[in-house]
Design a protein. Structure first.
Length: 456
C-alpha cells in the first residue's frame, strides 16, 4: 500500500512512461482510485501506459464519465481491443449510457460474435436483469460424475465470470439446479452430480427489473444468480459486483430525487454545469409555484393577521415543524418501500403508526412551544394580555400540523407506489411545500376557534 502511494506521488505527465512497469504491478483498486482523482491529462496518460489485461481490469471499474473520456482519446485499434476484451455485462453497461450515435459507432469496433452478443443484451428492456447478465458461466449435466465436472471446470472455467457456482441444465438448456463448487471438491470422483442435487434454486427472469434482482441478492445472500426466460431456459448469470453497482446507482438516484432534483448518471464534478442546472431547475420551479400557494393562503387570512399580528411571529415555527415531520416520515417510508419492509397492503398499519407518531411528536413540540410562550410572557411581558390563549393556539396548531405532516409524508410514497410511480418522487422538498400551504390553513383555523371574541 505504502509503495503504491509513494509511486503515485512521483508521477508527472512527463515521467509516467518511466514508471509503466510499476504502474502495471500496482494494486488494482489503488490504481483505480488514483486515476479517478487525477486531472484529465494524467488519467489518459496513466491508462495509455497500462498493459491490455491491466487496462481492461481498470477500465471496468472506472466511472462512466472517465470511461467515455478515455475512449475519446484512444486510437481506434486500442478502442477495438479494449471493447472486445470487456466482459459482456460491463460492455453493455457502458454502451447503454452512450448516446445512440456513439453506441452504434462503438458497436462497429466489435467482432461479429461480440457485436451480436451486445446487440442481444441491449435488446432487453432498460433497467432489466437482461442488461446486467453475462453469458459467461459454467453449465453441466446432472448425469456427469464429479470427475467429469472437475475436468470441465479446469478446461473452461477461465472463461466463466465465476467458478464458485456451477449450474446444471438438461438437454434443452433448461435450468434444473445449481451447485457450490465445494460440493464437488469434497465428493468422491465417481459420484454423480445428480446425487448431490436438491433441485432447490433461486433464479431471475430475464425481464425482471433491477430492483427485484437487488432484493433477491439481499434476501438470499448470493454471489451469483442464474437468469432464465419464461420457459426456464438458462440465458446467463448476474453476479454480486453488478448488483452492487446497480444498487449504488439506484440508491443514488433515490437520494437525488429525495433532494428535489432529477436523477443523473454522472458524478457531481463530472456532469456539465448546464446539465446540472437543468436537472435542478425543474423541481425548483415546481416547488416555487407550490410555495406561491402559501402566499395565497396567507392572503386569505390577512384580516386575521392584521387583527392579531402576534400570530405572524409563530408562523415560521408552525409550518417548518410540519415540513420537518413530513420529511422524516417520507424518508422513512421511501427507504422501507425500497427494502420491501413495507408493502402496499400495509397502508393501514402505516397510517395507524403515523397517527400515533404525529400526535406524540406534535404534543412534544406543542408542549415546548406552550411553555416557551408562558415563560417569555411572564419574564418579558410579551405577546399581549391574551398570551395564554396564544400559547394554547400555538400548542394545538403544532399538534395538528405535525400530525398532518407525518400522515402526508408517509402516505404520499404509498400513493405514488400504488399509481406505479417511483416513491422517491415524493421528495422531502415536495412534502415540505405541501405541508407549508396546508399548515397555514390549520394554524389559522385553530387560531380562529381559540381566539374568536378576543384577538379575532
Amino acid at each position: 500500500m505504502t509503495s503504491n502511494h509513494e509511486l503515485f506521488s512521483k508521477l508527472t505527465p512527463e515521467n509516467i512512461s518511466q514508471f509503466s512497469k510499476q504502474l502495471n504491478a500496482s494494486f488494482l483498486f489503488d490504481l483505480i482510485a488514483f486515476i479517478e482523482k487525477s486531472p484529465p491529462k494524467m488519467k489518459f496518460l496513466i491508462f495509455k501506459n497500462l498493459r491490455e489485461e491491466k487496462a481492461v481490469s481498470v477500465f471496468e471499474y472506472l466511472s462512466f464519465g472517465i470511461q467515455k473520456e478515455i475512449l475519446g482519446k484512444l486510437p481506434s485499434e486500442r478502442v477495438a481491443s479494449l471493447l472486445n476484451a470487456l466482459s459482456p455485462d460491463d460492455r453493455t453497461a457502458l454502451l447503454e449510457e452512450l448516446p445512440p450515435h456513439l453506441m452504434h459507432l462503438l458497436l462497429k469496433y466489435l467482432s461479429p460474435e461480440e457485436r451480436a452478443l451486445s446487440i442481444r443484451l441491449l435488446g432487453y428492456p432498460e433497467n432489466s436483469v437482461g442488461r446486467l447478465m453475462t453469458p459467461d458461466y459454467l453449465a453441466i449435466r446432472v448425469d456427469w460424475t464429479v470427475k467429469e465436472v472437475l475436468d470441465y471446470i479446469r478446461r473452461y472455467g477461465h472463461e466463466s465470470e465465476t467458478v464458485n457456482v456451477i449450474y446444471a441444465v438438461d438437454e434443452k438448456g433448461k435450468l434444473v439446479d445449481d451447485f457450490r463448487i465445494k460440493q464437488f471438491l469434497f465428493a468422491s470422483l465417481d459420484t454423480k452430480a445428480e446425487d448431490l442435487a436438491d433441485h432447490k434454486f433461486i433464479s431471475l427472469n430475464v425481464n425482471d427489473n433491477e430492483e427485484n434482482a437487488i432484493n433477491l441478492f439481499r434476501k438470499y445472500a448470493r454471489i451469483a444468480l442464474p437468469v432464465v426466460d419464461a420457459e426456464g431456459l438458462m440465458l446467463g448469470i448476474v453476479t454480486i459486483d453488478d448488483i452492487m453497482n446497480a444498487s449504488v446507482a439506484k440508491d443514488t438516484e433515490d437520494i437525488q430525487k429525495i433532494g428535489g432534483t432529477l436523477a443523473f448518471k454522472e458524478t457531481y464534478l463530472q456532469i456539465p454545469i448546464l446539465k446540472l442546472m437543468r436537472k435542478r431547475s425543474g423541481w425548483l420551479v415546481v416547488l416555487f409555484l407550490g410555495e406561491l400557494l402559501t402566499a395565497s393562503a396567507m392572503g386569505f387570512f390577512q384580516d386575521e393577521l392584521s387583527k392579531a399580528v402576534v400570530l405572524a411571529l409563530f408562523l415560521p415555527l408552525i409550518i417548518s415543524s410540519g415540513g420537518n415531520a413530513g420529511s422524516q416520515a417520507s424518508a422513512l417510508l421511501i427507504r422501507a418501500l425500497a427494502l420491501e419492509e413495507v408493502q402496499l397492503r400495509d397502508w393501514w398499519r402505516v397510517v395507524r403508526r403515523e397517527i400515533f407518531s404525529g400526535v406524540f411528536l406534535g404534543c412534544v413540540l406543542g408542549t415546548i412551544g406552550f411553555f416557551r410562550i408562558i415563560i417569555w410572557s411572564l419574564v418579558f411581558s410579551m405577546y399581549g394580555m391574551h398570551w395564554l390563549l396564544v400559547a394554547f393556539t400555538v400548542c394545538f396548531a403544532l399538534i395538528g400540523v405535525v400530525l398532518w405532516g407525518t400522515l402526508a409524508g408517509a402516505t404520499l410514497p404509498l400513493l405514488l407506489k400504488w399509481c406505479g410511480f417511483d416513491p422517491a418522487v415524493s421528495s422531502a422538498p415536495f412534502v415540505a411545500t405541501l405541508v407549508d400551504v396546508t399548515g397555514i390553513i390549520i394554524y389559522f383555523s385553530v387560531a380562529m376557534l381559540i381566539l374568536r371574541g378576543t384577538l379575532l
